[in-house]
Design a protein around this ligand. Structure first.
Ligand code: SF4
Ligand code: SF4
Length: 182
């Protein structure tokens, strides 16, 4: 089997369909056959809960700033999952959406509807959840300090949790492959 790290890394892109399909198949296989990955499932559920917990604060602010925006930031390139997103959503038992062919990266994102993003926040590409433009940051900073402080803290924690989940995923795979060599 190809080493997971050779496929699941920052180079992975939906535009390289062969690699992408290989990554999805690898992840599906690992999560359906390896009980050692239960801990990754638990971390993914905790991460989803933490993302859900910041939804209200983000929504409250974007609802004020984004409707009048002339330079909407949701372009197609941002709607693709990266390898950490794939680990996360596979651990949750989900799969990436079917992407439309022939849409250039700089076109409006294929998931942007007139009501905003059509993908539930907790399973959006992670980059979408931490993109805050200067107007949005300025608006958030002009509001009460306590909720902003709480949000910053929650946000830092969920970034750390996501990294912990990814690192642990590779640790488990490397431990399992070392055991198989004994
Ligand atoms: S986050 Fe900023 S750039 Fe994106 S739609 Fe909202 S106001 Fe516009
Ligand atoms: S937030 Fe949704 S609509 Fe915007 S770029 Fe991300 S996936 Fe696309």
């Amino acid at each position: 089997m190809t080493s997971p790290r050779l496929i699941l890394n920052d180079e992975l892109t939906w535009h390289d369909r062969e690699r992408w399909d290989e990554a999805l198949s690898l992840l599906r296989n690992l999560f359906s056959h390896n009980n050692d990955l239960d801990e990754i499932r638990r971390l993914a559920v905790a991460l989803r809960r933490d993302i859900d917990a910041v939804d209200h604060f983000i929504q409250q602010n974007t609802a004020q700033v984004c409707p009048d925006c002339q330079k909407v930031c949701c372009i197609n390139r941002h709607g693709y999952y990266d390898y950490q997103d794939l680990i996360y959503i596979t651990a949750l038992g989900n799969a990436p959406p079917l992407y439309g062919e022939g849409i250039v990266d700089t076109a409006p994102c294929q998931f942007l509807s007139k009501y905003g993003c059509a993908i539930e926040r907790s399973i959006r590409p992670f980059r979408c959840n931490w993109h805050f433009c200067t107007d949005l940051i300025a608006f958030m900073s002009s509001g009460p300090a306590k909720p902003l402080r709480a949000f910053n803290l929650q946000f830092r924690e969920l970034q750390l949790l996501r990294q912990e989940m990814t690192d642990f995923f590779f640790d488990i795979l490397s431990r399992d492959s070392n055991q198989n060599l004994l």
